[in-house]
Every structure is written in C-alpha cells, then in structure tokens.
Design a protein around this ligand. Structure first.
Ligand code: NDP
Length: 606
C-alpha cells in the first residue's frame, strides 16, 4: 500500500498549476500508480496534483506567518503568478515594489481567481464568471468594483507571501499568461493514462478501423455505378488487379514525398505552437501556401507537356487503395515509434494502454523526425492540396468524357467553393496550431487515415460524382447556391478570425467591444458577437458550406450529400468532445458560458 499523506475528502491547500498560489481544494481521489491526487478547486476545475503541490491548511498558515520576514518587508515583495498575468521578461529592482503591487492588483482584477481566505472574509465564492469582471459594464459599476477590489486585493496580497524570494525571481522571469495555462496542462499531463475512452472505446475504434476504409471503397464504387442509388445492392468488390497497381502506388509515393520536400523548403516564417503539456513550444514553418503555389506550378507544367491528369480519374480506386495501404502502414509506424516516446510527448487522449484504442486515436501528440512534424505536415499538404488536385482531375475528366469545351456550371461551383476553402485554410495556416487536432489529439490511424484518405478521396466525392452523373443547373439556382456558400464562408471566417485574434492578444483594442468571461486558467471565453450567437459559430459556417457543396449535384441521388450528412454528424460529435474538454479546463466558467449561450451550433435548433 503506497504511502499517501492526505485522504479522500480532505480539505487542503492545492497549488494552482503554473503559479505559486495555493487555493483551498478538496481531495476527491488518489491514483496509486501515478501517485497523483485528484483535487477539486472551488471554481469546479478538477486537476491532478503531486503531493509536493499540496499542503495542509495549517502548514499554509504557518508558512504564511513565516513569510513576513524582514527580507519581505524590504520592498521586493514576492510576485504572484496568478493565472492571467501578462508576461514580463525583465528583472525588477526593489524600487519597483509599488509597481509590483499594482501589477498584482491588476492580475487579480483580470482573473478574479479569489483565494479561499478572501472568500471567507467576503462570504462570496468564485463561481467561474464574476459578472463584475465582464467587459462593457457601466462605468460607475466598474468604479465601485475597483474600490471593493482594491480592498480585497490588499488583503489577498498578504496571503501571497508563501514562498521564498529565490523562487519569486526565477518564476517571475519565466512567467507569462500562456505559461500559466501550459502549466495547468502539465499537471493534467502527469496523469499517465487516458482513463475516459471516446469513440465507443475499444469496440468503437475497432469498428471504425474496419468501416472507414470499407466506406471509402463503397462510396467510390457506388459513384462509378450508372444508378448510384444507395437502395441498390452494393456492387461486388472488383478483382485484385482493379484495386491495386504498383505504378499507381509509386505515383502516390511521389506525390507524398514531393509535398514533404515542399514542406522542408526554408521559405515562410517559423512560428511557435501553443505551449505543450510540458511547457515547451514547438516551432512550425508556415509555408503551406507556398507548397500550394509550387504544386500549382508543377501541375500547370505537367498539363503543358500534355501529361494526362485524367490518369487520376481512371485509376481513382487504385489511388484510394494505395492511400489506404500507406496510411495503415504509416499508422503502424506511428504506433511503434510512440512506444519509445517519452511520456511527456504522449497525447492526453491516446494513452489508454489498450492497443486498438491507442492505435486509432494516436499515442504520440506531435511525432517528429528531427524538425519534420509528421502530423502538422499531413494535416494540410497531402490532404488539402491533394483534394484540390483530385477536383481538378475530375473537372478535366468531365470535359474529356463528355467532349465539352468548358466544364459544367455545377463542376465549376464545386471546384471553386472547395478551392476557396482550401486556400483559406492554407492562407490561415497558423490558425491550425490552436485546433484540437494539433493541441489535443495524438497522431494515429484516425488522423493519418483522415488526412491521407478521407479528405482527398471523400471530400472530392461531389466532383467525382458529377463526372459520371452530370447535373445541369440554371444561373438562378447557381446564384442561390453561391449566396449560401458565401454566407457559410463569412460566418466560418469571421468566427475563426475573431477567436484566433482574441487568443493571440485578448487585449487587442479592436476586440475591446467584445464581452468575455474570465476563467480560472487565465484565459477568457468570448460571450458576445459571434461566440455569443452559438457556442460554435465556426462549425455552423462549415455546415452551411458543406450543404452548398452538395447542392450543385442536384437531387437525383443522396450519394453526393454524403459529405454534408457525414460532416454534420462529425461536427456534432466534435462539438460534444470539445465541450467535455472545455468543461474540464474551465469548470464552472464553462457552465456559465453554456448558460449564456444555450445553442451549440444552430440557433434555436441545436
Ligand atoms: P475551434 O476552433 O472552435 O476550437 C475549439 C476551442 O476554441 C475550444 O477548445 C476552446 O479552446 C476555444 N473556445 C471555445 N469557445 C470559446 C469562446 N467562447 N471564446 C474563446 N475561445 C473559445 O474548433 P476546431 O479546432 O474543432 O475547428 C477549427 C475549424 O476547423 C472550425 O472552423 C471547424 O469547422 C474546422 N474543421 C473542419 C473540418 C473538416 O473536416 N472540414 C474538421 C475539423 C475542423 P481554448 O479555450 O483552449 O482556446
């Protein structure tokens, strides 16, 4: 029986991750394997803490009284690293003591993460969203709150004297708002194993590993049928020769490594990703748009020399099989290499110890060969750029097969809508660094297959369908579809840009009109404008676009609507996953956000 100092239910002082502040927490459980305590903060946030980050309430009081040593009174007051403090990269002199105190006040104002002692005095509890800190309050209210807050802060500052000055100095120099958040995750990370299984656990993930490739083959085979009604019996599986050709696999490999080469080119800026769970930040080269331009040049030159892009259409099924084989082998490689990865590099969601589950969700968060980030590379380049090339091949195939001098209006719409989507993603490439795929999900079969097979071969289904099943549309219908697509794009782009800008710099004066809810982690949640409309306005825009991409295919068959249907279900599931993660991160603040913004994706409906 391992030694544990505190029991379940004990009320103790827990260090707020990334800071040197202690808050009253209650121990809810203890993990014998990892030696970590799960504790609950007053704002509802649950975290796992090491024993060294927990103190008994009496020890806390004892240290507090010790802290009023002469050195502390000498003007160099210890600096709190309360979540939400802005970064400071410089050393302070003792004459800056006054500033230090002001800064502390500011930090507390910003976060309003109120230590327990304060709550006792004021009989108010931190609930995740102190309405008083929301922006855009009336000015007299703010003034009154400031006065109250100042009184509170003076009392709170006394409680911050819980650590040595030496610790202050080193931490003060490394502190930043982001670091307080990353450190919060560090503790989360320390829980070695994934306990909550998603995607239906082992059985669910096993089924997906089998059904995802099967679905791709089924849809592509159906699309080739004269009558692609899903009510028909599925077509028989073609012979091995029709599914596999080594030359096609070779072309696929050339494509993949050509994109890898473009990724390695030293053009484009290098940026830092969001802090990893261990506090480190990885560097990423932003050159997706260059890769796209170079690919366009290569394709243009190939067409000039009459290299037939039609080949892609003729061998589409074989290309899909090549991509499936490649992604399976690649996923096995990713799993094997993850076994040797240090624990701090593992994804929080893909380390359950169950082979199938971890193989599917991905064990390693950011597998890299040197500086080559495998997940980041696959997310945008072979997948999104590949999708555009496939669409173009379909457009040329349509013209050739139907002896047209120009592509059909339907084909032009599908191609241009999706081209816009891809170019937008590449133009805003940096934004991908804050998405769930990069920050949370490991790189395993799910993303490898999604990037290398699902995106280029399923997202292009409408264009593939139109080659065999042309659909005439009027200019009036086309105009309505264009308006629908552009509305979706507008919502999608505005919502994503607003959140990205806010996450980059919450104090950006251009965002001053936005209301937000502070959270215990130091980050705030937007609660007005796009993010007050529904909880995921960006998903809403994406769903609208998905519908607009299918409409040019007409209403004869449901097959070209597969993407719109699948994507709606996918995004509903993703929203639920994200909601669970946000609840874990933000505790009651997230509940308040959900109360304030009741609809998830579609206003008044869902
Ligand atoms: P989001 O970009 O919406 O990111 C979710 C995160 O945003 C949350 O975890 C939280 O992270 C932050 N957040 C949530 N609510 C708020 C708020 N009110 N204020 C501030 N921050 C908030 O989701 P995804 O990463 O899933 O998607 C990114 C884009 O990519 C979307 O437009 C989506 O439609 C698109 N997409 C498209 C796919 C496709 O197949 N076509 C697949 C997947 C995504 P934190 O607080 O930690 O910053």
């Amino acid at each position: 029986m391992p030694h544990r100092k505190f029991g379940d239910g004990d009320v103790v002082m827990g260090r707020w991750p990334g800071s040197v502040l202690y808050y009253e927490v209650q121990i809810t459980s203890y993990d014998d394997l990892t030696h970590l305590y799960t504790v609950k903060y007053k704002d509802g946030t649950e975290l796992e803490l090491k024993e060294s980050d927990i103190k008994s309430v009496s020890a806390f009081k004892h240290r507090k009284s010790n802290s009023s040593s002469p050195s502390r009174r000498g003007g160099s007051r210890s600096r709190s690293r309360s979540p939400g403090r802005p970064a400071r990269g410089r050393r302070r002199s003792s004459s800056q003591g006054r500033d230090a105190k002001d800064d502390k006040k500011k930090a507390i104002r910003e976060t309003k993460l109120t230590p327990e002692k304060l709550n006792e005095n004021n009989t108010s509890r931190y609930n995740g969203e102190p309405d008083s800190t929301e922006r855009n309050d009336t000015s007299h209210k703010i003034l009154q709150q400031k006065v109250d807050l100042d009184l509170e802060i003076d009392r709170v500052l006394d409680q911050y004297r819980v650590r040595s000055r030496k610790e202050d100095k080193t931490k003060e120099e490394t502190y930043s708002e982001k670091r307080s958040f990353e450190a919060a995750k560090t503790i989360e990370k320390a829980s070695a194993q994934t306990k909550e299984l998603e995607f239906g656990g082992r059985i669910g993930t096993f089924c997906m590993i089998v059904f995802m490739p099967a679905t791709v083959l089924y849809l592509l085979l159906m699309c080739k049928q004269e009558d692609p009604s899903i009510m028909n019996f599925p077509p028989p599986l073609p012979s091995f020769d029709s599914l596999w050709e080594t030359r096609v696999f070779g072309v696929w490999l050339v494509w993949f490594f050509l994109q890898a080469l473009f990724y390695l080119l030293p053009v484009g800026k290098v940026v830092e990703g969001t802090p990893l769970l261990n506090g480190r930040k990885l560097q990423y080269r932003i050159n997706g748009f260059y890769a796209f331009a170079l690919t366009a040049a290569v394709v243009g030159i190939s067409l000039y020399f009459e290299l037939e892009l039609h080949y892609l259409y003729d061998h589409f099924l074989q290309f899909a099989v090549s991509a499936i084989v490649f992604s399976v082998v690649f996923s096995i490689y990713l799993y094997i290499r993850s076994l040797k990865a240090p624990e701090e590099n593992l994804s929080p969601g893909g380390n359950s110890g169950r082979f199938i589950y971890d193989f599917f969700t991905g064990r390693e968060l950011n597998p890299r060969i040197g500086n080559f980030d495998l997940k980041y590379f696959c997310e945008l380049r072979p997948s999104l750029i590949g999708w555009v090339v496939v669409n173009l091949a379909m457009l040329l195939a349509e013209m050739k097969i139907h002896n047209q001098n120009a592509p059909s209006l339907s084909m032009i719409l599908v191609n241009s809508f999706q081209l816009l989507y891809v170019m937008d993603a590449l133009w805003h490439e940096e934004a991908i660094l804050t998405t769930m795929d990069i920050t949370h999900d490991g790189f395993g079969f799910m993303l490898a297959f999604g990037d290398l097979v699902w995106v280029p071969f399923i997202f292009s289904l409408q264009a593939f369908y139109l080659v065999g099943h042309p659909n005439e549309i009027t200019w009036l219908a086309a105009s309505a579809i264009i308006i629908l697509n552009m509305s979706g794009y507008y919502i999608f782009r505005c919502a994503n840009s607003q959140k990205n800008a806010f996450r980059k710099n919450p104090k950006d004066p251009r965002l001053a009109h936005l209301k937000c809810i502070p959270t215990a982690t130091g980050k705030s949640l937007l609660v007005s404008d796009w993010w007050g409309f529904v909880r995921h306005p960006n998903y809403l825009g994406d769903v609208i676009m998905a519908l607009a991409w299918s409409l040019p295919c007409g209403f004869n068959h449901i097959l070209p609507y597969f993407y719109a249907i699948y994507f709606t279900l996918f995004i509903i599931h993703r929203e639920a996953r994200d909601g669970r993660q946000c609840k874990k991160k933000y505790g009651l603040a997230w509940d308040r956000y959900c109360q304030r913004v009741p609809y998830r994706i579609i206003p008044y409906i869902y």
